[in-house]
Design a protein around this ligand. Structure first.
Ligand SMILES: *Cc1c(COP(=O)(O)O)cnc(C)c1O
Length: 234
């Protein structure tokens, strides 16, 4: 596909997603300006990231350190983008992630807090952090248990080089997302009681962004609805 055809395709799908977002905001009585769209570009090339930036995307999400650190070297419009790391993260990758990520959304254990704090300190920077909450008792692919989220958030908030922004979660696969997002909103409220500045709720993906908006999401992580079906190594 030519760059121009791909640009037209992305423009169409991005427009459709933005339309969904504004309609869901209207239904929920919310201002669309409260909702940040994070385009999840994992598995898609740097050229797509640049096209999205041209189309007004300000935030991208990636979930594999090796992939994103290589990809970002080829992104021309890097300075226009906020990069969110949204995947499971090994502590030993903290130094690498701190080099390019503006936000780490997937902080789910004390050891990772310690590693990121130390890596951000060495890099002389402050990193935005979300505590990832596990809403899927059966599976639990990443995330702290809801009842432990406030404690972990406190640990993040105690870091000198970490700025606690809020919470993140993925709704359980194949189930109604509404109760999960309602639970996340409760956890977000509990976190805000100890950290009033932690106002972000990252929830909602291609299939459930409307429900997430209805439950107060401030950040949506949308991949396939914008970029298409993921095919590894294209
Ligand atoms: C891949 C991914 C997304 C995007 O999912 P889509 O269904 O493609 O929108 C969102 N959040 C996380 C944590 C992901 O890994």
């Amino acid at each position: 596909m030519t760059d121009q055809a791909r640009r037209a395709e992305l423009e169409r799908s991005l427009g459709a997603v933005r339309e969904r977002v504004s309609r869901a905001c209207e239904a929920a009585g919310r201002d669309p300006a409260e909702v940040t769209l994070v385009a999840v570009t994992k598995f898609f090339p740097a050229s797509d990231v640049d096209l999205l930036a041209e189309l007004g995307v300000t935030d991208i999400g990636e979930n594999r350190d090796q992939e994103v650190s290589a990809k970002l070297r080829d992104v021309a419009r890097r300075q226009d983008l906020r990069v969110h790391f949204i995947g499971q993260l090994q502590s030993k990758k903290a130094t690498s992630v701190v080099r390019y990520a503006d936000v780490v959304q997937s902080v789910d254990r004390p050891k990772l807090v310690t590693s990121l704090e130390s890596a951000a300190g060495s890099a002389g920077r402050v990193l935005d952090v979300l505590v990832q909450v596990n809403l899927d008792e059966a599976r639990g692919r990443g995330g702290v248990a809801p009842q432990d989220a406030v404690e972990l958030a406190g640990l993040v908030g105690g870091g000198e080089h970490l700025r606690l922004r809020g919470v993140m979660a993925v709704a359980p696969l194949g189930a109604d997302p509404a109760p999960a997002f309602a639970r996340l909103r409760e956890v977000a409220g509990a976190v805000r009681e100890v950290a009033p500045g932690a106002t972000w709720i990252s929830a909602g993906m291609s299939g459930d962004l409307e429900e997430a908006i209805a439950h107060g999401a401030t950040h949506l992580r949308v991949g396939s609805a914008i970029l298409g079906t993921r095919q590894p190594h294209r």
